[in-house]
Design a protein around this ligand. Structure first.
Ligand code: ATP
Ligand code: MG
Length: 227
């Protein structure tokens, strides 16, 4: 077993639609991410970035090949087992935040810990600590609609990292933000990578991200190449 690898795709293909309308979103992709590594996934709109991240994040299932997370082959796992694997190991920052609008920042961040069944006082301390680390402690009782895009993105990151996942997947985390706010978000992700040795895999075509993450994986029409 390669135990320095946190996530691996082996000959993974993903199709959308059926029959003649079928399109190939990922075409026999091989990729591995080492523990503690930061990698940026670059490619034009529609090239398959979100699809690839969703498979790594066990949010969607491949049609062919294998997805291996921290040595565990996910293909044979039930939905419940996948949910628990996700909860344990993976933090996902969605392209469109996916915050729950009727919950406050605090409540959005708290969700993964409630699913883990952790005790009240631990949950409270950890949620406050993470909200503080993303600079939103004083906004914790605000609802998503009362926050700016950058603040919502930080709530989304807080929710992704609150359970201490070893793999953080972020889908265009700086898109739709001004360059300063985008830079702050990137600082946050790279801090987690450098200081806490989390693997960070970011889909982006933002030049700021490309300047700061040295390892680049390119994707075009569902096929990848590594610089
Ligand atoms: N649920 C779906 N049903 C059908 N086709 C889909 C679906 N999701 C994605 N696709 C198609 O698969 C291809 C890859 O989409 P994907 O969202 O992975 O691209 P992307 O690189 O993330 O693009 P963007 O930069 O615009 O976010 C696109 O051609 C898209 O239209
Ligand atoms: Mg996308």
């Amino acid at each position: 077993m390669k135990n320095n690898i946190i996530a691996e795709l082996v000959e993974v293909s993903k199709y959308y639609g059926t029959g003649t309308g079928r399109m190939v979103a990922l075409d026999c992709v091989d990729l591995s991410l080492a523990k503690g590594e930061a990698v940026v996934l670059v490619g034009p709109s529609g090239s398959g970035k979100s699809t690839l991240l969703h498979l790594l994040g066990c949010i969607d299932k491949q049609d062919k090949g294998r997805v291996i997370i921290d040595g565990v082959d996910t293909s044979a796992k039930s939905l419940e087992e996948l949910a628990s694997l996700r909860l344990d190991k993976i933090g996902f920052v969605f392209q469109s935040f996916n915050l729950i609008p009727v919950l406050t920042a605090y409540e959005n961040v708290e969700i993964p810990l409630l699913f883990k069944g952790l005790g009240n006082s631990f949950v409270k301390d950890r949620v406050n600590e993470v909200l503080d680390s993303v600079g939103l402690y004083d906004r914790k009782h605000h609802y998503p609609r009362q926050m700016s895009g950058g603040q919502q993105q930080r709530v989304a990151i807080a929710r992704a990292i609150v359970g201490n996942p070893s793999l953080i997947l972020a889908d265009e985390p700086t898109a739709n933000l001004d360059s300063r706010t985008g830079g702050d978000i990137l600082d946050l992700l790279l801090h987690l990578n450098k200081n806490e040795e989390r693997s960070v895999f970011v889909a982006s075509h933002d030049s700021v991200v490309l300047e700061r993450i040295k390892k680049v994986v390119r994707i075009l029409d569902g096929k990848i190449s590594i610089d």
